[in-house]
Ligand binder design. Structure first.
Ligand SMILES: Cc1cc2nc3c(=O)[nH]c(=O)nc-3n(C[C@H](O)[C@H](O)[C@H](O)COP(=O)(O)O)c2cc1C
Length: 267
């Protein structure tokens, strides 16, 4: 990894839901790029992939919402809204949202929301960089905003079910007697407990979603090895491929943003 790539990886991001409407149907997608660019009459910027259906809708309607995800946002919310397209999915099914000023905003475990109006757009080869004025804002919950780092390191997000490396957590592997490097995965939010969970008191609860110990599934040795070995990060959208990327065919593309293998950097 050269210095440019190294330094780019040090930039900080959050996690947001861009909400948009397809006629009467709520749509939108997860982005990690939303930031404020002016303070008076505030303008924000976001970067939306040209292939995302959300871009089509934002372009058509000129308005969108931004829901600010929190550390308590369920991983499933990110999976539903950030890994499939609104073109052919009802992405809000099972998600607690509400309509605000004609746009969908998240209700559940979300820090707050903005209603934005597009003021200008700059085209890059893969993404449209959208500048928008903030027309309205809503308080939802007093929670800590989720950073991209938190999403990767605590929630261990990045590898959805349709990712090539995904291995579903299995029930405890009783043949696995190792006492160090144990990993227990919360089946509700994906939080990973490292260590021997059986040593925690009976009233231990998941620090992310609050469920009790019975929701934790011990990873098999194979899964732990996968998690501890290779992670390749897409330098365009931040998607994390877990496993040996070199084993993928030459025409492998990032399942999120569609760039080729050369855009992946091994962590
Ligand atoms: C953690 C995470 C971060 C993402 N960041 C961005 C982003 O900054 N810009 C973008 O265009 N897509 C981003 N995506 C991908 C879109 O959310 C994804 O492609 C989505 O399925 C597009 O849905 P749509 O076709 O309904 O718009 C991100 C996804 C995840 C899970």
């Amino acid at each position: 990894m050269d210095i440019k790539e190294k330094n780019l990886r040090k930039l900080s991001y959050g996690l947001y839901l861009i909400g948009a409407m397809d006629g009467e149907r709520p749509c939108g997608c997860i982005v990690n790029t939303v930031f404020q660019v002016t303070s008076e009459n505030p303008i924000i910027a976001t970067s939306i992939n040209k292939n995302n259906y959300t871009w089509e809708l934002v372009q058509k309607n000129g308005r969108f919402s931004v829901s600010i995800l929190s550390e308590k946002t369920r991983k499933e919310v990110i999976q539903k809204l950030g890994f499939v397209s609104g073109k052919d999915h009802d992405k809000y099914e099972g998600i607690d949202y509400r309509m605000q000023d004609g746009l969908p905003i998240l209700n559940e475990k979300c820090c707050g929301a903005l209603i934005c109006k597009v003021v200008s757009v700059t085209e890059t080869p893969t993404h449209m960089v959208v500048l928008a004025s903030v027309e309205d804002a809503f308080d939802i919950a007093d929670t800590v905003p989720m950073t991209y780092r938190y999403y990767h390191e605590v929630i261990r997000g990045g590898a959805p079910k349709n990712a090539p490396s995904y291995i579903a957590p299995e029930k405890e592997d009783t043949s696995n007697k190792q006492t160090s490097a144990q990993r227990w995965v919360c089946d509700v939010c994906g939080y990973v407990y490292e260590g021997d969970l059986t040593q925690e008191p009976d009233d231990y609860t998941c620090p992310l979603c609050g469920v009790n110990k019975t929701h934790f599934i011990k990873e098999t040795k194979e899964e732990t090895k996968m998690a501890e070995t290779e992670r390749w990060v897409c330098d365009v959208c931040g998607y994390v491929y877990e496993g040996d990327l070199t084993q993928e065919p030459d025409d492998y593309v990032c399942p999120l943003c569609g760039v080729d293998k050369s855009h992946f950097t091994k962590e």
